[in-house]
Design a protein around this ligand. Structure first.
Ligand SMILES: *Cc1c(COP(=O)(O)O)cnc(C)c1O
Length: 217
């Protein structure tokens, strides 16, 4: 596939849904991709990327930042509290805020350094044991807790169960966001981003459809 085909499909999905062309942000998920592939996508003009590990991003992105302006990096994987400071240095957005302790750590650090990445609260919409995220029943109180800490809550994020129709989860996430007055929705990946756009995604996270299959991870 590739970047330009994904963008064409995004425009079509936006238009089909009656949404403004270009309103959805594409996060190109570059985790475990060889540098040459990432560089090719940077050269085509893409600037917004997603990584799921702080350590991997720290090894990879400072070098690209020296050579390409305007890189917008999003953390889409789990964040340990002891890596929060490093995450602040690397990322403009964190999509995996999934527990009060992490929210409090982020709030303390934001106070200290005077800025904070955009935050998305991760919801475990499928209530899967192995998956991160707050349970659907806990999201309203978690939003309130984050707001009480003055955190910049930009959106909600979900990763639907692999064996279920993702649209149900996208619709559920959209409903939780709407009732909490939250405008951002980080949802949709290579296999289902058009359905996510139809249901209001503002940020889609697409990896393999842009870069090709990952060798591992
Ligand atoms: C890897 C990953 C993606 C991208 O998945 P693809 O199927 O390759 O598009 C999206 N979101 C998260 C949280 C991921 O870890």
């Amino acid at each position: 596939m590739g970047l330009s085909e994904i963008k064409d499909r995004m425009r079509k999905a936006e238009t089909d849904a009656g949404r403004a062309p270009g309103c959805v942000t594409l996060i190109a998920v570059s985790k475990v991709q060889p540098d040459a592939r990432v560089e090719a996508v940077l050269t085509q003009g893409q600037r917004c990327f997603g990584e799921n590990r702080v350590q991997e991003a720290a090894g990879k992105w400072p070098g690209f930042r020296e050579r390409f302006d305007g890189i917008d990096l999003h953390l889409i994987g789990p964040l340990q509290t002891n890596k929060t400071r490093q995450a602040f240095d690397l990322f403009q957005a964190i999509h995996s805020v999934d527990r009060p302790k992490l929210a409090r750590t982020i709030a303390r650090l934001a106070q200290e350094v005077g800025h904070c990445p955009d935050l998305f609260l991760q919801v475990n919409t499928g209530e899967e044991d192995q998956k991160a995220g707050v349970l659907p029943g806990d999201i309203d109180s978690f939003v309130a807790e984050c707001r009480a800490l003055d955190l910049p809550v930009k959106g909600l994020m979900c990763i639907p169960p692999v064996d279920e129709e993702p649209s149900l989860h996208f619709a559920l996430l959209a409903k939780m966001a709407a009732r909490n007055g939250i405008s951002g929705l980080s949802m949709g990946m290579s296999g289902d981003f058009e359905r996510a756009i139809a249901l209001g995604a503002t940020h889609i996270r697409v990896g393999s459809a842009i870069f090709g299959e990952r060798e591992h991870g």
